[in-house]
Design a protein around this ligand. Structure first.
Ligand SMILES: Cc1cc2nc3c(=O)[nH]c(=O)nc-3n(C[C@H](O)[C@H](O)[C@H](O)COP(=O)(O)O)c2cc1C
Length: 316
């Protein structure tokens, strides 16, 4: 029987924007909660933990109900509820670092000023990487920056001088031309792309004819989005063969993660699977370990910070 609390040591690792990850599998933002998850596994076991988005001051999030089930995932409208960056710096971040985790600190904001304030504070912290969430569909300002290359370029020009830490830009799938958004991030100082955040979705209670979520719409995640996420990762990878990409969207098994790696991702984060089984990131990392045992070329590429698409192009 699978025991998530075992001190797993993975032989297959990856490097994302110069930062070593102990496994190509990490935990996705908003789905890792220290109290709930550290009971099930040591966060230092996996590649990295991306923590819940933090804003300059505490945010209470959206009214309930904030989640609705679908046959293949959930629709959530949590709305970036969080206790604020100061609390994060005193609480979650030091606790995760004390356990030896590689931490991706996820940054939320309603404005360029908000993002800048958080990045300035995190710049002095123990965070290993900063992930700029310009892609939340559940806050009024959520995707406005992430769906406008000009606005994203402006934000990145503001944030880049504030920190030497690797900056990851998290992309929304709710755009027509994701490559132009990725380009705006890459040309203005991003060190990596993470993709995807949730798709806009909605459920209606057929007994009342009314939306289930108080916010009316939410973000769809889980197995339903996996094929779309794979296609978008592949598309961005084709446009930028060498740029670090962290993939997420509906990863439930090691095979799902492997698909992302073949699409050109350098690492994969597990989100919604952990809402059903908090230990899912470790289980999936264990499953991927044996799949990579059988694929030494891919494993070697990841270990040296390369991706499948660039090494197979080099062979041609
Ligand atoms: C309940 C919930 C909360 C989330 N909160 C955040 C967040 O704070 N910041 C962020 O960048 N992404 C957030 N996400 C998006 C996930 O990190 C991930 O990108 C998305 O869910 C797709 O992956 P999955 O299908 O494996 O869940 C959240 C997702 C869920 C389901």
């Amino acid at each position: 029987m699978f025991d998530s609390t075992k001190p797993y040591e993975f032989k297959h690792s990856t490097i994302v924007a110069g930062v070593p990850w102990k496994s190509p599998i990490g935990a996705a933002s908003g789905t890792y909660n220290f109290e709930a998850c550290s009971v099930f596994y040591n966060p230092a076991t996996i590649g990295a933990v991306s923590t819940k988005g933090v804003s300059p001051v505490p945010w209470s999030g959206n009214p309930a109900p904030r989640t609705a089930e679908t046959p293949a995932g959930t629709v959530n409208s949590v709305g970036l509820q969080n206790p604020g960056v100061d609390h994060y710096l005193e609480d979650d971040l030091p606790r995760l670092k004390a356990m030896g985790a590689t931490v991706v600190s996820n940054v939320a904001g309603h404005s360029d000023d908000d993002y800048a304030q958080v990045v300035e504070k995190l710049a002095q912290s123990q965070a290993d990487m900063l992930e700029i969430n310009v892609s939340c569909p559940n806050v009024a300002s959520g995707t406005s920056v992430g769906s406008d290359p000009v606005a994203l370029a402006r934000l990145m020009k503001r944030l880049r001088p504030l920190t030497d830490k690797p900056l990851i830009v998290k992309l929304t799938p709710n755009v027509t031309d994701i490559v132009s958004i990725a380009r705006a991030a890459i040309e203005n100082g991003a060190d990596a792309i993470s993709m995807i955040n949730t798709f806009v979705g909605m459920r209606i209670d057929t007994r009342t004819g009314k939306p289930i979520l108080a916010n009316v719409t939410g973000g769809v995640s889980g197995p339903a989005v996996h094929p779309m996420a794979v296609a978008l990762v592949y598309k961005v990878r084709q446009a930028f063969p060498h740029f670090p990409i962290i993939a997420m969207g509906g990863t439930m098994t090691g095979e799902d993660a492997l698909e992302f790696l073949y699409a050109g991702a350098n690492a994969v984060e597990v989100g919604s699977a952990a809402l059903i089984d908090p230990a899912a990131p470790v289980r999936i990392a264990v499953e991927l370990e044996s799949l990579l045992d059988e694929r030494p070329e891919l494993a070697t590429a990841l270990r040296s910070g390369k991706n499948w698409i660039e090494i197979t192009a080099e062979e041609k």
